[in-house]
Design a protein around this ligand. Structure first.
Ligand code: PBG
Length: 325
């Protein structure tokens, strides 16, 4: 009879031992809360596809930004929902467009204590819902879109944003945005680049969150879920173009991409725990099929373990409380 002489279970025997040898632990300072603000709203609008998440008014946005400060979060990521859309998404570059006003509001209120990011992408603003403008054949026009992103970056910088977050997956977007910011004397505004962003079904619940008008899909610009190397290439390109932080999205189905990107770059790496990943847990928990809090913490721990220094998650406020407890 041969009993084991090596016993890894020894270090799992008590909570104190397990705590001692934990290899990774995510902290509230690494969590970023995505927030939606709706133009013209006078009360918050619940998002049915994302239980517990709402579209904010400009006032409630400030309130939750203060909560983010109190919770010690790594900041917020703002998304704007305009009242009207047009062919070119002009609300995105208008200094009085909802996203730019929201940046201004939050920065004026808590800008010294909170890192404020904003989505730098067209999709919420044009009537067709794509991340860029369309050419005569209805295809997303990469280079004309870059010009708009450059203007958007300047509008967000003027509003006081800390980090712009280009998420449209246009080629050359990071270089274009960096040049625009530098030329506009906003050398201090950083770029959180959505580098490896996949065309994912797990963005489904987000469509309602931003009142998306998209028909079809984004497969001519977002990546094929089959590809890992391509994600690493995109991240390397973005670093070369001037990205300060690179991001992988979604998170849980793409932990291998996240680990590969972490190994390939020397800037902080972020991951976006997206709407579908959130709503699946919420839906299962509502049925009593899953332990909600344990599933939240396990999701965030796994994303952190795989290589994320920063995690965007709709659970950021609640998770910060759970992590402190
Ligand atoms: C596009 C954008 C999307 C998300 C964040 N930014 C949607 C898309 O690319 O289709 C999805 C986030 C989520 O699902 O939580 N600017």
């Amino acid at each position: 009879m041969t009993y084991p002489d090596i016993r890894p279970r020894r270090l799992r025997r008590t909570p104190a031992l397990r705590r001692l040898v934990a290899e990774s632990g995510v902290a509230p300072r690494q969590l970023v809360l995505p927030l939606f603000v709706r133009e013209g709203a006078t009360e918050v609008t619940p998002i049915a596809s994302m239980p517990g998440v709402v579209q904010h008014t400009r006032d409630t946005l400030k309130k939750v930004a203060n909560e983010a400060v109190a919770a010690g979060l790594g900041g917020v990521m703002l998304f704007g929902i305009p009242e009207t859309k047009d062919a070119t998404g002009s609300g995105a570059i208008d200094p009085h467009g909802i996203l730019n006003l929201a940046i201004n509001d939050v920065v004026a209120d808590v800008g010294d204590e909170l890192c404020v990011r904003a989505d730098l992408c067209l999709d919420e603003f044009p009537d067709h819902g794509h991340c860029g403008v369309l050419d005569g054949d209805g295809n997303v026009d990469n280079d004309r879109t870059l010009d708009i992103y450059a203007t958007m970056a300047l509008a967000q910088a003027a509003a006081g944003v800390d980090l712009v977050a280009p998420s449209g997956m246009m080629d050359g977007q990071v270089r274009m945005v960096r040049e625009a910011l530098d030329t506009g004397e906003h050398t201090g505004v950083g770029i959180l680049a959505y580098s490896a962003k996949y065309a994912s079904a797990f963005y489904g619940p987000f469509r309602e969150a931003v009142d998306s008008s998209l028909q079809g899909d984004r497969r001519t610009y977002q990546q094929d879920p089959a590809n890992r190397l391509e994600g690493v290439r995109e991240a390397r390109l973005d670093v070369a173009e001037g990205a300060d932080i690179v991001l992988v999205k979604p998170a849980l189905g793409y932990l291998d991409v996240l680990a590969a990107v972490k190994a390939a770059v020397d800037v902080p790496v972020a991951a976006y725990n997206v709407s579908g990943e959130y709503s699946m847990v919420e839906a299962a928990a509502a049925q009593g099929w899953i332990d909600r809090e344990a599933a939240i913490l396990e999701s965030l721990t796994s994303i952190h373990r795989a290589g994320a220094d920063i995690i965007l998650t709709y659970w950021a406020l609640e998770a910060a409380g759970l992590l402190r407890a």
